[in-house]
Design a protein around this ligand. Structure first.
Ligand code: NAD
Ligand code: IPM
Ligand code: MN
Length: 359
C-alpha cells in the first residue's frame, strides 16, 4: 500500500474550518481507492502556538516540514492578535526555503456558478496564474531608518534574478503547451525600468524556443482591467510574485468566489515538499461562524493528490465539486446558498465516494 506523509498546517481563522473539510475528502478518497494511505500530522502553528509559546512556529519548523511528502495549509493571519508581517513570515519562508518557485493558481468558471461579470458562463473563464513564488517583491530586502521621526526613511527592494525569471517563464511556456498554447506575461516595464524591463527581455529571449505558443504581454494595470472585460482571452498568465498575488485574487472572484480558488506552491524538482493552500486568507470577518466555503481547500487537496501522482483521485474530487455546484442545493453563502462549511464538505465527500457504488 502506498503511503503519503502530509503535514497539516490549518493555521488561523477559517483555515482550521476549511482544512477539516479537505481532510474529510481525503479520507473519502482513501476509502474509494483502497490502495493508498494518507498519514496526516497536524501542527497547531500560528496563533494557537503563539498563545502557548509566544512564537508562531518552533525554531526547527523547516527541518520538521522537510521530512514530509507535501504540506497542506489552511490560511495564516490573526491580525487582531499578531501583526500580519509576523504571522505570515513562516509561509513566505517555506515558499522561499523550499524553493517553491511556482505559484500555480487555476481559475475556471464552473457549471452553476454565477460570475460577478455579466454574460459569462461555464467554460468562458479558464485561465491559470503562474506566479513567481520565490523572489521578486517578496524578498526580505530593505530597512527602516529613523523610525517615527519626521525624516524617517523606508526602503523595500524587489529582486529579480535571471535564474528566477527564466525558470518561471519556462514553466509557463511548458504549461501553455499542454493547455491553450497561449502565454501572457504581466509587466510594468513602462516604469519599473530595471526589474520589469529585465522580465521583458527574458520573455523576448525565450519566446523563439516556444514558437508553437502565442505570446503577449500587458502592463499589469491594463491586464487587471482585461481580466474584468475579457477574461476569456487568457490561458497561462505568468507574473511576478506581487503581480501574481493581486491577479490571482481577481481571477478567483471573477470565477465566482475566492472560496473556490485553489493553489499550489510547487517545487517542480521535488527537492523539497510542495505546499497546497487556498488562495484566500483566514477571513477574520467570517471566521468561527461555520460559513466559509471549503471548496478552495478541497480543490487544493486535489492538486496535492495530483502532484503526488494520484491524478485519477484528483480528477474524482474535481468532478465531485462540479457535480455539487451544478446541483446547487448545498452551497455556502458566498456563492448564494445557506449551507454550512461542514455540510459542503460532507456533500463533496459523499459524492467522491459515490463513485464506488456506480462501478
Ligand atoms: P481573505 O482572503 O482572508 O478575505 C477576503 C474576503 O474574502 C473576506 O471578505 C472573506 O470573508 C472572503 N473569503 C475568503 N475566503 C473565503 C471563503 N473560503 N469562503 C467565503 N468567503 C471567503 O483576505 P484578507 O481579509 O485580506 O486577509 C485576512 C487575513 O488572512 C490577514 O491576516 C491576511 O494577511 C491573511 N492572508 C493569508 C493568506 C494565506 O494564508 N495564504 C492569504 C491571504 C491573506
Ligand atoms: C497569498 C497571500 C500571501 C501572499 C500573504 C499572506 C503573504 O496573500 O497566498 O496569496 O501575498 O502571497
Ligand atoms: Mn494573496
Amino acid at each position: 500500500m502506498k503511503e503519503y506523509n502530509i503535514a497539516l498546517y490549518p493555521g488561523d481563522g477559517i483555515g482550521t474550518e476549511v482544512t477539516e473539510e479537505a481532510v474529510k475528502v481525503l479520507r473519502a478518497l482513501e476509502r474509494l481507492y483502497g490502495n493508498f494511505k494518507i498519514n496526516l500530522t497536524e501542527f497547531d502553528w500560528s496563533a494557537r502556538y503563539w498563545r502557548k509559546t509566544g512564537k508562531i512556529v518552533p525554531d526547527d519548523y523547516l527541518d520538521i516540514l522537510k521530512e514530509f511528502d507535501a504540506i497542506m495549509l489552511g490560511a495564516v493571519g490573526h491580525p487582531a492578535l499578531i501583526p500580519d508581517h509576523i504571522s505570515l513570515a513562516p509561509l513566505i519562508e517555506i515558499r522561499q526555503g523550499f524553493d517553491q518557485y511556482v505559484g500555480l493558481r487555476p481559475a475556471r468558471l464552473l457549471p452553476g456558478i454565477t460570475s460577478p461579470l455579466a454574460g459569462k458562463s461555464f467554460g468562458d473563464i479558464d485561465l491559470i496564474v503562474v506566479r513567481e513564488n520565490s523572489e521578486g517583491e517578496y524578498v526580505d530586502l530593505g530597512g527602516r531608518f529613523k523610525v517615527g521621526k519626521e525624516d524617517e526613511v523606508n526602503v523595500q527592494t524587489a529582486l529579480h534574478t535571471r535564474k528566477g525569471v527564466e525558470r518561471i517563464l519556462r514553466f509557463g511556456f511548458e504549461l501553455a503547451r499542454k493547455r491553450g498554447k497561449h502565454l501572457t506575461m504581466a509587466t510594468k516595464s513602462n516604469i519599473l525600468k530595471y526589474g520589469m524591463v529585465f522580465w521583458d527581455s527574458v520573455l523576448a529571449d525565450l519566446s523563439p524556443e516556444y514558437s508553437d505558443v502565442a505570446v503577449d504581454k500587458y502592463h499589469v494595470d491594463a491586464l487587471t482591467m482585461n481580466f474584468v472585460r475579457w477574461p476569456e482571452k487568457y490561458d497561462v498568465v505568468v507574473a511576478s510574485n506581487l503581480f501574481g498575488d493581486i491577479l490571482s485574487d481577481l481571477a478567483g472572484v471573477i470565477t465566482g468566489s475566492l472560496g473556490l480558488a485553489p493553489s499550489g506552491c510547487i517545487n517542480p524538482e521535488r527537492d523539497y515538499p510542495s505546499l497546497f493552500e487556498p488562495v484566500h486568507g483566514s477571513a477574520p470577518d467570517i471566521a468561527g461562524r461555520g460559513i466559509a466555503n471549503p471548496i478552495a481547500a478541497i480543490r487544493s487537496a486535489a492538486m496535492m493528490m495530483d502532484f503526488l501522482g494520484e491524478s485519477e483521485a484528483a480528477e474524482r474530487v474535481e468532478q465531485a465539486v462540479i457535480e455539487s455546484l451544478a446541483d446547487g442545493s448545498v452551497r455556502t453563502p458566498d456563492i448564494g446558498g445557506s449551507a454550512t462549511t461542514a455540510e459542503v464538505g460532507d456533500d463533496i465527500a459523499k459524492r467522491v465516494e459515490r463513485a464506488k457504488k456506480r462501478e
